[in-house]
Design a protein around this ligand. Structure first.
Ligand SMILES: Nc1ncnc2c1ncn2[C@@H]1O[C@H](COP(=O)(O)OP(=O)(O)O)[C@@H](O)[C@H]1O
Ligand SMILES: Cc1ncc(C[n+]2csc(CCOP(=O)(O)OP(=O)(O)O)c2C)c(N)n1
Ligand SMILES: [Mg+2]
Length: 324
């Protein structure tokens, strides 16, 4: 996508000082993907007839990544991709992003590489960078707010009995990478890439929405936990079949069900989505993993996972920042 509207005077509009020198340097790296920066706030046009869709996501050193695991560019990429994934999860088109950067002194030399990673995602998804904030801090943190629009955003609450549940991509890679790092090992290139460079499924979500998707969620906490959000919001019960869950090489079904940070999409839709057409169009798998079933008394909001023999297996818990 082409970016227009960035004028050289945006660089001049900022006052003198080291903080603004850094902002200017980031703007220079971003080029025309940065737009309308330099005023108190950005002003955006929402396409007529569409709803504004807004989400924010923090990515914090120690909670979401460790310095030893990723390059600064990957830290920026991952923070922006995970934020934009929430627009995909609403089937919204991105209008812009705003980046609050908390920058420790020990990270100052890496700030532009982090900005490069953010800029690469912005460019890949056609998302203008419209503003941000920069503060000296004790821990690296990137809080990215994304703005988008859609005629009819697809929430978590539309799943109906009889819908099939599908998931995009191959799951488990981020958890496999995390486990390797935590053991002091080197993860496989494939698992590492799934952790370091997720791609928000924006075009994929719009394809799904155009073909009747009734509920969408991005897989950030773990497939089981995120599908449970859909079940709870929709007031339905969902059954997932463990043997159908697509696992990346080296990942177990438990990794795929509980791992999180996948930034793939789970979708409830009337059965019969053309999974071959999806794979041909996007080069990403779309797999049916379960269905929305009639509510056994009092079981609305529950997700049941069935093992290979059809018997119920234990529900794997997803990530919780405050557990333990
Ligand atoms: N500090 C907060 N203040 C207000 N709303 C919040 C806060 N933290 C989370 N939420 C809301 O709770 C819901 C679930 O949050 P979260 O699990 O982080 O969403 P997601 O997994 O899509 O990023 C979202 O609607 C989010 O906006
Ligand atoms: C250092 C470190 N420890 C643990 C994890 C694992 N982890 C952190 S957050 C998370 C789940 C998703 O993150 P969250 O901030 O809840 O994203 P959101 O649901 O808000 O999009 C997982 C599995 C990690 N990525 N890095
Ligand atoms: Mg989400």
């Amino acid at each position: 996508m082409a970016f227009a509207g960035m004028t050289a005077d945006a660089h001049h509009r900022l006052g003198p000082g080291r903080e603004f020198d850094l902002v200017r340097a980031m703007l220079a790296r971003w080029g025309d993907v940065a737009q309308g920066i330099g005023d108190d706030a950005a002003s955006l046009v929402v396409p007529p007839g569409e709803r504004l869709v807004v989400s924010t996501d923090a990515s914090v050193e120690g909670a979401h990544f460790r310095r030893e695991w990723l390059t600064p560019e990957e830290i920026g990429w991952r923070a922006a991709a995970s934020a934009l994934s929430d627009l995909a999860a609403m089937a919204a088109r991105p209008l812009g992003m705003v980046i609050a950067m908390a920058l420790p002194d020990v990270w100052r030399a890496d700030a532009l590489a982090i900005a490069d990673g953010i800029g690469a995602v912005a460019r890949a998804t056609g998302t203008p960078i419209v503003g941000g904030d920069l503060v000296r801090a004790s821990e690296l943190g990137l809080t990215i707010t994304v703005l988008g629009s859609a005629v009819r955003p697809v929430g978590r609450d539309g799943a109906r009995v009889g819908d099939a549940v599908y998931v995009t991509g191959m799951l488990g890679g981020p958890r496999v990478a995390l486990r390797a790092w935590e053991r002091g090992e080197v993860p496989s290139a494939e698992a590492r890439a799934r952790f370091a460079r997720p791609m928000p499924r924006i075009a994929e979500a719009r394809w799904l929405a155009e073909r009747g998707a009734r509920a969408l969620v991005d897989v950030s906490d773990g497939l089981g936990a995120d599908v449970r959000h859909v079940a709870a919001a929709s007031g339905v019960r969902i059954v997932l079949e463990r043997r159908l869950v697509p696992c990346l090489a080296g990942a177990s079904p438990a990794d795929a069900l509980a791992g999180g940070e996948e930034y793939e999409l789970a979708v409830a839709a009337p059965p019969g989505l053309d999974v071959e057409a999806f794979a041909a169009r996007f080069g990403v798998a779309l797999r049916r993993v379960g269905e929305v079933v009639a509510d056994a008394a009092g079981a609305a909001g529950q997700v049941e996972i069935r093992g290979d023999d059809g018997a119920r297996v234990e529900f794997p818990s997803g990530h919780d920042h405050f557990s333990g």
